[in-house]
Design a protein around this ligand. Structure first.
Ligand SMILES: Cc1cc2nc3c(=O)[nH]c(=O)nc-3n(C[C@H](O)[C@H](O)[C@H](O)COP(=O)(O)OP(=O)(O)OC[C@H]3O[C@@H](n4cnc5c(N)ncnc54)[C@H](O)[C@@H]3O)c2cc1C
Length: 413
């Protein structure tokens, strides 16, 4: 019998992990990207395996703060005024995802993925010789005082409900773990499982190398159309080439919605744009990543310094970056890390693929046989990549996945 050929569209961390997993299941896989692998959101994320951050953004504790954030040009969420009308349908779905019963279901769906992240990630790193990429330490969530900690209580309550380990620590223990932190920080929660990948871009490159070493093909080209009759037959590229395939997996990050629309299957995918500043020679060392929820930034120790980022900007796929967003997070990070040196920096902007109900689409197409989707991973694409690959490989090869995939189906909206 001829080997099944699979085309994976998008060589971000999600696509590369899926290509690798399908290859291991005997598929003949081509990975196609309009750019070189790993240059999308997977290039510059905050490197965190953020297993305690799965909760839906549409919960009331968050959306009640949105009007205030909107009025603050330096707030954690910024919507560019010109983009507001385009965002209305997405925002209505976001509100619909805040019904109490729906929220409970979304929390459970996020937790089910996070609970198995290391079951999938550790074997993938071991198999590819990348175990050393993962830090031993977790993440510290920072609070100046009890009042700030209390404001984060709905997050903690959800973690407790699903049994994710965490411990509250006081000033002395914080100083002992991270001497560079300001004396302003009076309390922290330690999340031991939120470990950090040294270099998310290198992770994609190494997985791609491994995939190619085992006979996988990486092609460069922009997919602009599909060939299909009763099922998928292949894709059309901007340069006029056609590639044939028995199966197509769409994992083009925030751009997946443009491809699904070409297949007559619209999905409410937006982009939550995010920025990072990579600081070389920061003049201090961090063992943990840190988040300060009240100031809405994150700092991660990465290869070649530390990386500062966070916040959300809703401005679509085509608007130019607003680098002020990156500078705000650095200013806030200096509040937590008073000795931080910021002479040598680079700034970056990336597109998180964001669905209004926070959980990704991991699904067969509801319209075209042979088409599959793995997209909408939002703030957790790095975290979910290995698990997504495992689940998609099961789905595509007709094996029973270890968790129920119904919550992640494409036609749930
Ligand atoms: C500032 C920031 C911080 C983040 N921090 C974290 C974190 O700490 N932990 C975490 O888990 N996640 C984090 N994320 C989210 C994470 O980076 C994303 O969820 C993840 O990278 C998405 O991966 P992807 O493979 O789906 O998309 P991408 O990495 O964007 O890859 C999509 C690929 O598809 C290609 N493509 C698009 N259209 C086409 C086409 N028509 N034809 C061919 N190719 C196409 C693109 O060129 C791109 O290479 C962060 C994101 C940002 C922006």
């Amino acid at each position: 019998m001829a080997q099944t050929t699979t085309l994976v569209i998008g060589a971000g961390v999600v696509g590369v992990a899926i290509a690798h997993a399908l290859q291991a299941r005997g598929r003949k896989v081509t990975l196609i990207d309009r750019d070189t692998p790993g240059r999308g959101a997977s290039f510059g994320n905050l490197a965190s395996i953020a297993v305690t951050e799965f909760m839906p953004a549409s919960r009331p504790a968050i959306w009640r703060q949105i009007p205030g954030w909107m009025l603050d040009p330096e707030g954690p969420v910024r919507v560019r005024p010109a983009y507001m009308p385009r965002l209305v349908p997405w925002f209505l779905r976001f509100l619909a995802a805040s019904r109490p019963t729906r929220l409970r279901a979304l929390e459970a769906a996020g937790a089910a993925l996070c609970a198995r992240v290391y079951d999938d990630l550790l074997p993938l790193l071991a198999e590819t010789g990348l175990q050393d990429m993962l830090s031993d330490e977790g993440c510290l969530s920072l609070y100046t005082d009890e009042a700030e900690l209390k404001a984060d209580r709905d997050h903690i309550a959800i973690l407790e409900r699903f049994g994710f380990p965490h411990e509250v620590i006081g000033r002395q223990a914080i100083r002992a773990l991270e001497p560079a932190l300001s004396g302003k920080i009076g309390l922290a929660i330690r999340f031991p499982q939120n470990r950090t990948v040294q270099d998310p871009y290198r992770l994609v490159l190494r997985l791609t190398e491994r995939f190619c070493g085992l006979g996988g093909v990486v092609a460069q080209g922009e997919v602009v159309g599909f060939d299909r009759s009763d099922r998928i037959g292949g894709v059309r590229l901007r340069d006029g080439r056609n590639l044939t395939a028995d199966e197509v997996v769409i994992c083009a990050g925030a751009f997946s919605g443009r491809l699904s629309a070409l297949l007559g299957e619209p999905i409410p995918l937006e982009t939550e744009r995010g920025y990072h500043t990579q600081i070389m020679a920061p003049g201090l060392r961090l063992r943990h990543s840190i988040i300060w929820p009240a100031r809405a930034f994150m700092v991660s120790p990465t290869a070649g310094g530390i990386r500062v980022g966070g916040t959300v900007e809703m401005a679509g796929l085509d608007a130019p970056p607003d680098w002020r967003r990156a500078k705000v997070t650095v200013r806030r990070a200096r509040e937590a890390l008073p000795d931080l040196q910021v002479q040598q920096t680079t700034e970056w902007m990336g597109h998180r693929p964001a669905l209004p109900d926070t959980i990704p689409i991991l699904s067969a197409s509801a319209r075209t046989a042979g088409v599959f989707y793995a997209t909408g991973h939002g703030h957790l694409g790095l975290t979910y990549a290995a698990t997504t690959a495992r689940l998609m490989a099961d789905l595509i090869t007709g094996q029973r996945p270890p968790i129920d995939l119904a919550p992640y189906r494409i036609n749930r909206f």
